[in-house]
Design a protein around this ligand. Structure first.
Ligand SMILES: Cc1cc2nc3c(=O)[nH]c(=O)nc-3n(C[C@H](O)[C@H](O)[C@H](O)COP(=O)(O)O)c2cc1C
Ligand code: SF4
Ligand code: SF4
Length: 261
């Protein structure tokens, strides 16, 4: 078994790492420069962990799956998707990318985690106490999932018809339209000090440091990493309200530069 994850701001990374540690398997970010074909081919169970955006799989993870789909033929798959409150079928929706190959879902679970859209006032950053509660709950769910998997219990969260249509009609059909516009709408205000951090940490290499400005290449995956890590809160995506307090990642892990190899 091997875990492969994408995490914009640390939540899905936490789940992936904790799950892998409990199951005793290896754990890799899709941003790592490794041979994923070889990695997938040498394991019979592949665990995917990723955040859900408007009941959709992030563009970066969709691209990863379509590039590696052929190697997933015949594999057992476990899906661990993270969300703030509700995605309906955030775990199931990844399987829409695997339609024409054989595979077997042996477990799928949703994990409610803190909001990483830090400039959305209705969901403020969690207090330390609330964060501890999130960690406790997530740890408990991971323990339970691992115990179930070991006993051969199959759970497929988000796979029933109600979840599917809840995800589709409450979020996905609207988000797909928003995503298309937002992926080329990164905004940087005059407070930018041209430190280049957003360029270095962007998982899509969407940002470019030109002489005296940061340019975008219109392929933002809306991960909110740059928004949460800009030292002067000068950059916004999707929702352009001024950033007050940044989200520094689950378990207060902070900076993502250490995971980009
Ligand atoms: C663009 C975007 C859209 C999101 N949409 C939803 C959503 O529809 N439902 C939900 O519960 N959480 C939503 N979230 C919250 C994230 O899924 C959640 O915070 C996730 O755990 C972040 O994972 P990460 O830290 O691994 O990037 C959204 C976050 C972003 C950035
Ligand atoms: S991280 Fe912020 S300050 Fe640094 S270059 Fe990007 S937008 Fe400018
Ligand atoms: S521009 Fe920012 S939000 Fe968009 S993919 Fe890059 S780091 Fe993520």
């Amino acid at each position: 078994m091997v875990t492969i994850y994408f995490s914009g701001t640390g939540n899905s990374r936490y789940i992936a790492e904790k799950f892998s540690k409990t199951m005793g398997c290896e754990n890799y970010s899709i941003e790592e420069n490794i041979d994923f074909k070889k990695l997938i081919n040498s394991n019979d169970t592949i665990v995917f962990s990723y955040p859900t955006y408007g009941s959709c799989v992030p563009i970066i993870m969709r691209e990863f799956i379509s590039e590696h789909k052929k190697y997933l033929r015949g594999k057992k798959i476990i899906i661990l998707s993270t969300q703030l409150l509700f995605s309906g079928d955030g775990a199931r929706v990844l399987t829409e990318l695997l339609e024409d190959i054989d595979y077997k879902i042996i477990y799928a679970e949703h994990f409610n985690m803190p909001n990483n859209i830090c400039n959305l006032p209705i969901f403020p950053n969690p207090s330390d106490r609330r964060m501890e509660k999130y960690i406790r709950k997530a740890n408990k769910k991971i323990e339970k999932s691992c115990a179930n998997i070991r006993r051969g219990i199959v759970r497929k969260r988000g796979f029933n018809l109600i979840s599917k249509y809840a995800g589709l009609y409450s979020q996905r059909i609207y988000f797909k339209g928003i995503e298309d516009i937002a992926k080329s709408d990164v905004r940087i205000n005059e407070e930018c000090i041209l430190c280049g951090k957003c360029v270095r940490i962007c998982p899509m290499h969407n940002l470019e440091d030109l002489d005296n400005r940061i340019e975008q290449k219109d392929n933002c995956t809306l991960c909110y990493r740059c928004v949460n890590e800009c030292p002067v809160k000068a950059i916004t995506v999707l929702y352009h309200r001024k950033v007050q307090q940044q989200y520094t990642g689950f378990g207060r892990r902070g900076d993502t530069e250490d995971v980009i190899k």
